[in-house]
Design a protein around this ligand. Structure first.
Ligand SMILES: [Zn+2]
Ligand SMILES: [Zn+2]
Length: 167
C-alpha cells in the first residue's frame, strides 16, 4: 500500500490481526483516536461502533502480510485479515492517511478515543454499556470448573514466526 517509511526509529505502536498473518507498526503517537457509530462502521466491524485512529501513511507500515481490502464506497477502502477476518483499517483512498482499528493494537489501553462520529446511528443504550454487570474471563471459567481453551491468537508483541511451529 505504501513504501516502508524511511526510518530507523522504533515503532511507537504495533498491532495486528487475531491470527498473526497481518502485522503493522506505527511510528507516531499522535493518532487522533475516535469512535465511529455510523451504520457502515457498525457493519464493517460487526459491532455497535468502530474504534479507529488515523495516522499519516508515511508513519505506518505493514510488517507482516498485507490485508485484504474491500471498497465499502468509491472513496473508502477497509482492510481486513484474509485468514481470520479481523477488521484492521479504514482509509480514504485520496488521502495520505490510514486509520487503524484500535482493538488490534498490541496495547489498546494506551490509546483513548477523543470523540464520537456517526452520532446518527449510536445505539440507544450506548451510555449504559459501562455499567452492565461484569466478570473476568478467568473467573467465569474457574466458576464452571473448566480451564481456559488453548488460544491460537497471536500474542500482543512481535514474533519472529507465528504460529511457533506449523503442523
Ligand atoms: Zn489474521
Ligand atoms: Zn463510520
Amino acid at each position: 500500500m505504501t513504501d516502508r517509511p524511511v526510518t530507523d526509529r522504533a515503532p511507537v505502536h504495533t498491532g495486528g490481526c487475531q491470527c498473526g498473518a497481518v502485522r503493522y507498526a506505527v511510528y507516531v503517537d499522535s493518532l487522533h483516536p475516535y469512535l465511529c457509530h455510523c451504520r457502515m462502521c457498525q457493519k464493517a466491524v460487526g459491532n455497535y461502533f468502530a474504534a479507529y485512529a488515523s495516522v499519516p501513511l508515511r508513519e505506518f507500515t505493514w510488517t507482516r502480510g498485507k490485508p485484504g481490502v474491500w471498497k465499502s464506497s468509491d472513496e473508502v477502502e477497509r482492510g481486513f485479515c484474509h485468514e481470520c477476518g479481523t477488521p484492521l483499517s479504514f482509509r480514504y483512498v485520496a488521502r495520505e492517511r490510514i486509520a487503524i482499528a484500535l482493538g488490534t493494537l498490541d496495547d489498546p489501553a494506551r490509546v483513548k478515543p477523543r470523540r464520537n462520529f456517526g452520532a446518527e446511528a449510536v445505539v440507544p443504550f450506548f451510555g449504559e454499556l459501562a455499567s452492565l454487570p461484569s466478570s473476568t474471563t478467568e473467573g467465569d471459567f474457574a466458576q464452571t470448573g473448566s480451564s481456559l481453551p488453548r488460544s491460537r491468537q497471536h500474542p500482543d508483541h512481535e514474533t519472529g514466526q507465528w504460529p511457533p511451529e506449523r503442523r
